[in-house]
Design a protein around this ligand. Structure first.
Ligand code: HEC
Ligand code: HEC
Ligand code: HEC
Ligand code: HEC
Ligand code: HEC
Length: 370
């Protein structure tokens, strides 16, 4: 973190001021706002970040990773439907990774987006389709079902691997069951795309495309009292019900945070009582879930070893851990599609409780309508 800050201070700051651009006049009459602010070290130019350096000790970035981690993986993917290995990244993404023309700054045409489930969508907005080419996750209901196929729900299988949805899968959350990247339990109905208001429905309506930051100053014009990112946690409009069952109908983000914490506790109890090996999560290193050998509820230094990664998954635990990770890995899940995120958490809690060995269930909670 320290290093990052230092970098920012020393950073090459490229501020592209609009010359005499018609679109700028509509932005503001009183202050001249730059139409693009690109800063080394920030967002898609976070050049020292892990997403750009995971392969430093390897010869190159492998083909299966280079669409989203190479400096120019996107155009190759759009043209050929696949990628070749890419060279190491020095300065984050190249402008040409997203822009087809550096005079007009027009973006590459992205007619549709295909998720790991095999399902495709067209959001109707080219920018959003571009964003979702990377922000879509890498696993799905189908891949979890494949891993657990034919196995009894509560039987430990030491060969069951941790299936990880991958990072920042915002587009998958937004499209919900149209993407099936969350783990959807058989027989349950899930929400499709979250339709926000027209002018605030595309990724770039809410996010700066280069820095990633949220245009939080826009929210308050419709969501009363919202001035900062912290305030967005309180937003609640048309969705109904006390999802987490704590007696209060709260902001979508709060309902989801609470459901997620409850699911974590239920996962830990299930691992103790059914799998027979306690489990805990640590943000420190893949695969994040380790055996909590001393049973104190967290991963201590001596438990944090590659050979101590969790190996006592049952199919039921696999499903729940997958959904917990999905919601965790999309820190904006409440804004991208709160109902879908809550449905995944609710169903995971319900499933763990159905084992008969977990106290927390869904009594008093409300599953959002699909
Ligand atoms: C569909 C797009 C996509 C593909 C394909 C992809 N990733 Fe990623 N990956 C992302 C995104 C988006 C992030 C940014 C998340 C972040 O900042 O944590 C990310 C982040 C990461 C990170 C950083 C995690 C952290 O702790 O911050 C690692 C490591 C990583 N990916 C490894 C891989 C590997 C290895 C492959 C190939 C086997 C791969 N990725 C393929 C989209 C992808
Ligand atoms: C991750 C994809 C991505 C990358 C990488 C990227 N851009 Fe952009 N850029 C966009 C998108 C999407 C928009 C349109 C945003 C909107 O319409 O709200 C945009 C808009 C712009 C605009 C404003 C154009 C206009 O018509 O208003 C400029 C200028 C710009 N980018 C410059 C750059 C430069 C220079 C780089 C490289 C240093 C770069 N961009 C890298 C996605 C990207
Ligand atoms: C080529 C793949 C790719 C594309 C296309 C892409 N992203 Fe990203 N995005 C990433 C990666 C990788 C990161 C993690 C960068 C880092 O280390 O902070 C990221 C980070 C982010 C972040 C978090 C930034 C932060 O600092 O926390 C946001 C928000 C974001 N992207 C939104 C968007 C939006 C909106 C678009 C479309 C305009 C988009 N992304 C297009 C790969 C991509
Ligand atoms: C209604 C506004 C809205 C829309 C539309 C939206 N987002 Fe978000 N997004 C948010 C908010 C709010 C957050 C939470 C930011 C925070 O708390 O730091 C967020 C978080 C994120 C993050 C995680 C940033 C981080 O902290 O690491 C990514 C990545 C992201 N959004 C990408 C996207 C992409 C891609 C799309 C389009 C598919 C999209 N968002 C559409 C509002 C929106
Ligand atoms: C132009 C008005 C407008 C703006 C600006 C706006 N919203 Fe909304 N928002 C709405 C409306 C209307 C709904 C109800 C949509 C529905 O569920 O039918 C809504 C719903 C939501 C919801 C879901 C609430 C629920 O009960 O499920 C979230 C979360 C949200 N907005 C976040 C944001 C964020 C974050 C921003 C700023 C980046 C923002 N909105 C900007 C009008 C707006």
């Amino acid at each position: 973190m320290e290093k990052n800050k230092l970098r920012r201070v020393l950073a090459l700051v490229v501020i592209l001021l609009a010359a005499a651009c018609a679109t700028q006049l509509t932005v503001s009459d009183t202050k001249k706002e730059p139409i693009a602010r690109i800063e080394m070290g920030v967002g898609h130019f976070n050049r020292d970040g892990k997403p750009f350096h995971n392969w430093d000790k390897d010869k190159e970035i492998p083909a299966v990773c280079s669409r989203c981690h190479g400096a120019t993986g996107v155009p190759e993917y759009l043209q050929t439907g696949k990628n070749t290995p890419a060279a190491h990244v020095k300065n984050g993404f190249a402008c040409t990774n997203c822009h087809a023309d550096l005079l007009t700054y027009e973006r590459h045409k992205v007619p549709k987006v295909t998720f790991a489930s095999g399902l495709s969508v067209d959001s109707g907005n080219n920018n959003s389709n571009l964003c979702m080419t990377c922000h879509q996750g890498r696993e799905s209901t189908a891949s979890v079902n494949k891993a657990i196929a034919g196995q009894p729900l509560d039987a430990v299988n030491p060969k069951l691997p941790f299936v990880h949805v991958h990072y920042l899968p915002a587009g998958a959350t937004m499209f919900g069951t149209q993407a099936k990247v969350g783990y959807e339990y058989t027989g349950k109905k899930y929400s499709g795309r979250f339709e926000h208001v027209d002018d605030m429905n595309a990724c770039t309506n809410c996010h700066d495309p280069h820095r990633g930051e949220v245009h939080v100053e826009k929210c308050g014009s419709c969501h009363e009292g919202v001035k900062s990112l912290a305030d967005t946690k309180g937003i609640r409009e048309n969705s109904k019900g006390d999802w987490d069952g704590n007696g209060r109908v709260e902001g979508v983000a709060r309902e989801i945070d609470n459901l997620r914490s409850e699911l974590y506790a239920a996962i830990q109890q299930y691992a103790r009582t059914v799998s027979g090996t306690p489990i805990a999560f640590t943000a420190a290193e893949y695969p994040y879930w380790y055996a909590d050998t001393n049973g104190n509820g967290k991963i201590d230094k001596e438990e944090f070893r590659p050979d101590n990664s969790y190996k006592a998954y049952t199919p039921r635990l696999e499903q729940a851990v997958y959904n917990y990770s999905f919601v965790l890995r999309d820190p904006g899940a409440a804004y991208h599609n709160g109902s879908y995120a809550a449905q995944l958490l609710y169903d995971s809690l319900e499933s763990l409780a159905a084992s008969g060995k977990v106290d927390a269930g869904v009594k008093g909670k409300v599953r959002p309508a699909p």
